[in-house]
Design a protein around this ligand. Structure first.
Ligand SMILES: [Zn+2]
Length: 167
């Protein structure tokens, strides 16, 4: 396994849209394992391939939640249902260093993905894990959690994150 470099704002590659993978083969499994090692190393609980400069629809998540496989390794994750009910959770992101803020999202979601063995899976989750799935799938579409904020608040957090990176 190998550690990958996590891109930080304002890297323009964070805005790119990732492409579906055809199948979870040995190369994709290796990428999933490297992403997981990188996520543990940087003390995150979710990482999208977009964040390591690879435009493939791959997400890894590890969360203290008994209802889902741990870790959750996903190719082509896609949300197929959003609850009408919405809920706010405090979110942070390895690509926006040391900034945390409350984001309102659907409070539960149903999603499908290919697992590490190329098998199609479907899960329905709520709570912070549901927020995390939405956050990571946003990355695959070039969207950061701060893009859900007003431009005033977004720019404030962006400036702080970029300043931290330069210090
Ligand atoms: Zn993130």
């Amino acid at each position: 396994m190998a550690l990958l470099k996590v891109l930080k704002v304002p890297d323009p590659r964070l805005k790119l849209k990732a492409h579906p993978v055809e199948k979870v083969d040995a190369d994709i499994q290796r990428l999933m394992d490297d992403m997981l090692e990188t996520m543990y190393h940087d003390k995150g609980c979710g990482l999208a391939a977009t964040q390591v400069g690879i435009q493939k629809r791959i997400v890894v998540i590890d969360f203290a939640d008994e209802r889902t496989p741990k870790p959750l390794l996903m190719a082509n994750p896609e949300i197929v249902w959003y609850s009408d009910r919405r809920e706010a959770f405090t979110e942070g992101c390895l690509s926006v260093p040391n900034q945390w803020t409350s984001i309102v999202r659907a409070s539960s979601v149903k999603f499908q993905y290919l697992d590490r063995h190329n098998k199609r899976q479907e899960l329905t989750v709520d709570g912070i894990l549901g927020a995390c799935i939405q956050h990571e799938i946003d990355h695959l579409n070039g969207v950061l959690f701060i893009d859900h904020l007003s431009s005033l608040k977004r720019n404030l957090l962006l400036r702080r994150a970029i300043k931290l990176k330069e210090d």
